[in-house]
Write a new protein. Structure first.
Length: 234
């Protein structure tokens, strides 16, 4: 059986399951927990699914190798990993570029893509919100709402536009496609990702800005807290 990049799948039962990041090392060869730096935030949680199955940006794995694809025309990257038993706990040393991300094993569960990650209750009743109706275009992407300033608006964002219809329908236009979702007062209901993203409107220097949580791969699979898209009326 082959995985991405035409690599032959070789099973490694020891790696299957869930791993949580505990920090990183500033080299690509150490197998020690000494000189461990605080978590970088790049990788929080890793899942190794049976049979090398892929999910999110992880294009599959085979023994000692994990493949990553950041989307679009980017190449599929091949990174090495190895497992060490230290003080009766299993640690995974993931060799990325010029550093090593270190993970501790949480469990050896055989996860499936269908049940993997975090999902929200999307069965919410519709509550009208006159203020949000209409079309909004994206102008920024920030870590937190309070981190936004009108001075850091930018172009070329993945999510281009969002439109709220008065009957609770929602369209999100990305670089690649249009997502048909729903909304209710204070929340965007992402049917295609089974997540509920909070939104709020703030007036800054006389302009209305819509802030919306971005609950996609980083939130669902990566264990990260959501960042925010920022919009103005289109």
């Amino acid at each position: 059986m082959k995985i991405a990049n035409g690599m032959e799948f070789i099973n490694d039962e020891a790696v299957i399951g869930k791993w949580n990041n505990i920090g990183w090392l500033d080299n690509t060869y150490s197998t020690s927990l000494e000189s461990l730096n605080e978590k970088s935030g790049e990788y929080d949680t890793l899942y190794f699914l049976p049979n090398g199955e892929s999910y999110w940006i992880f294009e599959g794995w085979t023994k000692s190798v994990l493949l990553i694809h950041y989307g679009g025309d980017e190449p599929i990257l091949t990174y090495k990993y190895d497992i060490q038993r230290i003080d009766n706990k299993d640690y995974l040393f993931f060799r990325v570029e010029d550093k090593t991300e270190v993970f501790i094993k949480v469990n050896s569960k055989h996860y499936t893509k269908a049940t993997l990650g975090r999902h929200d209750n999307i069965n919410l009743p519709f509550v009208y919100d006159k203020r949000v109706i209409g079309k909004w275009k994206s102008v920024a992407f920030v870590d937190a709402i309070d981190a936004f300033s009108p001075d850091n608006e930018c172009d070329g964002l993945y999510l281009k536009e969002i439109e709220f219809f008065s009957d609770g329908r929602l369209e999100q236009t990305t670089m690649d496609e249009v997502w048909h979702d729903k909304w209710t007062k204070g929340s965007v209901i992402n049917l295609h990702r089974t997540t509920v993203a909070a939104y709020e409107i703030r007036v800054i220097n006389g302009t209305e800005y819509l802030f919306m949580e971005w609950k996609m791969g980083n939130y669902i699979y990566g264990g990260m807290e959501p960042e925010f898209y920022v919009f103005i009326r289109s």
